[in-house]
Design a protein around this ligand. Sequence first.
Ligand code: IVH
Length: 669
Amino acid sequence: MTYAEAKERVVRLREDLQRHDELYYRQNSPEISDQEYDRLKKELAELEERFPSLQDTNSPTRQVGDDRAEGFETYRHREPMMSLDNTYSEEELKSFFQRVQKLFPSKNCAFLVEPKLDGVAVSLTYEKGRLVRAVTRGNGVEGDNITKNVQTIEEIPHRLAGSGWPEVMEVRGEIFMTFAEFSRINAEREKNGQALYANPRNLAAGTVKLLDAREVAQRDLQIVLYGLGYLSDEVFAEQAKIAPKLWEWGLPVADWTHLAGDFEEAWNAIQELDELRRTLPFPTDGAVLKLNDRDLQREAGATAKAPRWAIAYKFSAEQAETVVEEIVVQVGRTGAVTPVANLRPVLLAGTTVSRATLHNRDEIERKDVRLGDTVVVEKAGEIIPAVVRVVIDKRPQESEPYAFPTHCPECGTELVRLPGEAATRCPNLSCPAQVRRRLRHFASRVCLDIEGLGEAVVDQLVDRGMVKDLADLYDLQAEDLERLEKFARKSSENLVRAIDQSREKELWRLVHGLGIQHVGATAAKDLVRHFKSLDRLANADESELAELHGVGDVMARSIVTYFANEQNRELLARLKARGLKWEEGDDGKETTNGPLQGKTFVLTGTLPHHTREEATALIEKAGGKVTSSVTKKTDYLLAGTDAGSKLTKAQKLGITIIEENDLLKLTKT
Ligand code: IVH
């Protein structure tokens, strides 16, 4: 590989990894399996090692992912939360053992083998035996304060049992969900027409980041604690002694671990765990090996992102070989074109797989997947099966590289690819494939909830050219519908009535139903609460949107792009002319002449007598506005106890900092 080729590949890998990090950590909806992600990261690390001038401190190989989300206060860990190096190979695991042993030639290094739970990392702080805080890993240095959500987990003691705990103690562990709970919630979501979660990890991660703790309480989260951060007194000499002590103090720990004296013993324990995990009710994706002696751990130290005394051995996803019989492309609601391989059916991880995603154009080219190729497919968790690589030896002689379509297979429009995007798109908003998907979404339970307008009806309406966009729905007459399959007078009238009634549904349903990228039901509600009118939302500028609670930069950009589009503007005008609800009645939360009129507040920390929601309501009632981040435009920072980085920022910017009782005075007229 030449330097120029390596450079090009490194740039591509960094972009891809950043995108996958965003999907995994922030959106909780990964496109690729962990193993595929780890492979990309390894390829990047190897290139950076071979071509040192391509190294960069901002490279994903040097950083831990960042799970911080909008709407939470960030909190600095007393001791950073590190990531773990990982491997899928026995050889590499053995080298890790030898490396550590070589550091301490006069000692007999023992290693603790623990299950690697697949959930979200959390750090609990106990002070004088009381739970005071729960924080996500975030970027390793500071994370989101999710205390209220974590307090809903039944197994977590608010007070420690027993005695002998350090006065201040950060305990680290993993919050996860059982397969049974995952299926229960997804089944409910399916019934409601909501998007399904890919696997229990994503659902657990999505749940701890819900903004309403009452919603969290409705889902059964569990936790296992396996490590420590800052301790005011060092009370543990061995890793293996941590779990039994935590257990005595009432904290949940793994009920399987193995203390191994040498590599063979550790390897046997890993094999045992690999068998055992198939029977466990929660997801485990590997084993974690930790040097047992805590003094030696400290001596071994850490790299920028991971300790040198521990490693994760990850179990490989199941793979199988099969043949690509056809490559087709699918057009999604937003026009994204996804290539899919139709496969000769093959049994994989307990199910028959006959389709696998090829992700996007670059991925097909990189793997050089061709028609008739024998490929290795992989299925990890609930992720859509993916083509990992081609078995070149089995390639038919006359095969040709796959030519990615230049035009949309549905409407013939030339496909485009926007700079910085991995997806190729059909830019035609009237493309029947997109219209079909948009209509299905619009009519679904979580949007306008139009009874009788299911997929089969939508498909017929679009295929017969009776509906070309969302507004056309409102022009349908019962006589038109009678022409559809399985439709009679009565069912036609019922559907027309249901469509008619949808004009009166709450505004957030319409906002959600428009299908603006990244805008889910919760965001739609937040937007409507703030703007109260679709016209005002359509004219909002990016910075105002980005400041809103729960919105953020990516969504703000997407909203602005949507409303800037001429075709979308026309559609909105047509919907408005058809009498859809355009304004949300004032629910009395905001007034236009209160004492705080025009003042912007940011809240941080825990208030002594009010919840954040109550304080927000007080401010809004007095005419003020609450935003999530401190900027020069902020008038007041309302600070409670445990205020984090927002307080520091407000101090730097010279913003007035007030306490709860000051607010009560300010809101009095
Ligand atoms: S120890 C400094 N032990 O895996 C050591 N992590 O891939 C840091 N995880 O961020 C972690 N089970 O979220 C450790 N028994 C276990 C674990 C475990 C799951 C997670 C944890 C960590 C990630 C690293």
